[in-house]
Ligand binder design. Structure first.
Ligand SMILES: NC(=O)c1ccc[n+]([C@@H]2O[C@H](COP(=O)([O-])OP(=O)(O)OC[C@H]3O[C@@H](n4cnc5c(N)ncnc54)[C@H](O)[C@@H]3O)[C@@H](O)[C@H]2O)c1
Length: 400
């Protein structure tokens, strides 16, 4: 028997996921939920889903099995805990929360209710990360000694629009969030390969001088548009994370990882695998290129208007054989990750298994960023990073 799932937050991002949850063979029913009646009406019509709910609170009072959160990025922590405590499995868009207290509350709720929690971390299924996980399992890196990951996204590349639709009339109050409060696209790339955790951090911030004054006055009291952090990890390696929101760059989410035997290097020129003995120097660009759908609708990323019978927007490294046939021809996005994330969550709920990007792993992606920002506010002071413990290993969902 499948699950009944409510999708909360019918804004821009959820539109890419509604057709996937609706089509998954493990889902019996989808209910659409938003505070905004017009968004409920439009999404209901667009996706052919009749049942709607006016709020997360209302949805928590029903007997559905699961809730997927696509609400504003600073709301997820308390909303996830609310849904778990109402006995629902929870899928959450990133970030999982923005304070240690929020993360601890989610973990406690997962522990006490036994419900599934999964973070929809898109970097987890980016082609480079899938490739590096395989190389790591083969021990091709030797010992990992250093990694770096970055998320570069300048305000001029759509962030004003995003801040306005998420924040509404008072968007300036919620804009200007510390860049290290949104680090999971970067940190997860390294941590999901090695399984190590970040133990200590020193972070520096670049105080912003832009005329828009977004970082001059905001509810976060954050002056930094760019933050760069150096971490010590539990496996003995070090890692550098850059979260930049003012940068003369087209934008990137990527990582590089050096081992004692082999290395994966990725920059604007492309991605390569290299070995110390100089026997291997393999360009990976072809393996990482996501095949575009046959028919695209202008202006709507990854929207597919015709089913050509294939899994769309995936790269040769993606294990599409594990996806349901029902996903063929449906939207995908963020380097082919959306379909895998939905499939992980639904199967985890149906099978009662621990998914990747569970709360323990999600906490390891976000807490280092929260502490890094504290370090930046203290001029780069070296700080210890708390940990919420290990995910259960005996009941893991198969994902390859
Ligand atoms: N690569 C990625 O992982 C990625 C990319 C884009 C967006 N996101 C995440 O997706 C989330 C959504 O982004 P968006 O741009 O679609 O936001 P949005 O502002 O367009 O949509 C959020 C919606 O949530 C609704 N909402 C908030 N609280 C609610 C409640 N209690 N009950 C019912 N509805 C409620 C709002 O009314 C709004 O319509 C963000 O958290 C963002 O971080 C992740």
């Amino acid at each position: 028997m499948g699950i009944r799932l409510g999708i909360v937050g019918l804004g821009a991002f959820a539109q890419h996921f509604i057709p996937l949850f609706k089509a998954h063979p493990g889902v019996d029913q989808v209910i659409l939920c938003d505070l905004n009646a017009e968004k409920r009406r439009m999404s209901s019509e667009k996706h052919g889903i009749a049942q709607t709910s006016p709020s997360l609170d209302d949805l928590c009072g029903t007997d559905i099995d699961a809730i997927a959160l696509f609400t504003q990025n600073w709301l997820h922590g308390p909303q996830a805990t609310r849904a778990l405590r109402a006995n629902k499995h929870v899928y959450s868009a990133v970030p999982p929360g923005i304070s240690l207290g929020e993360l601890r509350a989610i973990a406690a709720a997962v522990c006490e209710t036994g419900k599934i929690y999964m973070l929809g971390e898109t970097s987890y299924y980016s082609p480079a990360v899938i490739y590096c996980r395989r190389r790591f399992r083969e021990r091709a890196f030797g010992e990992v000694v250093y990694a770096e990951a970055e998320y570069y996204h300048d305000w001029d590349h759509g962030l004003y629009e995003v801040a306005k639709w998420r924040g509404g009339e008072k968007w300036r109050e919620t804009a200007g969030m510390p860049p290290m409060f949104y680090p999971t696209h970067s940190t997860s790339q390294i941590l999901s390969v090695t399984g190590a955790r970040m133990t200590r951090v020193s972070c520096c911030g670049v105080a912003d001088h832009h005329a828009d004054k977004i970082y001059a006055s905001n509810q976060w009291r954050n002056p930094f548009s760019n933050e760069s952090a150096l971490f010590k990890l539990s496996d003995g390696s070090i890692a550098r994370i850059n979260e930049f929101r003012r940068i003369g760059h087209p934008g990137a989410v990527r990582m590089t990882m050096f081992g004692t035997q082999g290395s994966f290097e990725h920059n604007a020129a492309g991605a390569v695998w290299l070995t110390k003995d100089r026997a291997e120097r393999e360009s990976l660009d072809a393996q990482f290129t996501c095949r575009q759908p046959a028919t695209r609708v202008e202006g709507d990323m990854d929207k597919v208007s015709a089913d050509d019978g294939t899994h769309h927007s995936v790269a040769p490294v993606h294990p599409v054989h594990r996806l349901p046939d029902a996903f063929k021809g449906l939207p995908n996005g963020h380097s082919g990750s959306h379909q895998f994330l939905v499939d992980d969550f639904v199967r985890a709920c149906v099978l009662g298994k621990t998914p990747p990007n569970n709360i323990y792993e999600a906490a390891r992606y976000i807490i280092p960023g929260i502490i890094a920002h504290q370090s930046a506010l203290k001029g780069g002071e070296l700080l210890e990073i708390p940990d919420l413990g290990d995910p259960p290993t005996d009941n893991r969902l198969e994902i390859d």
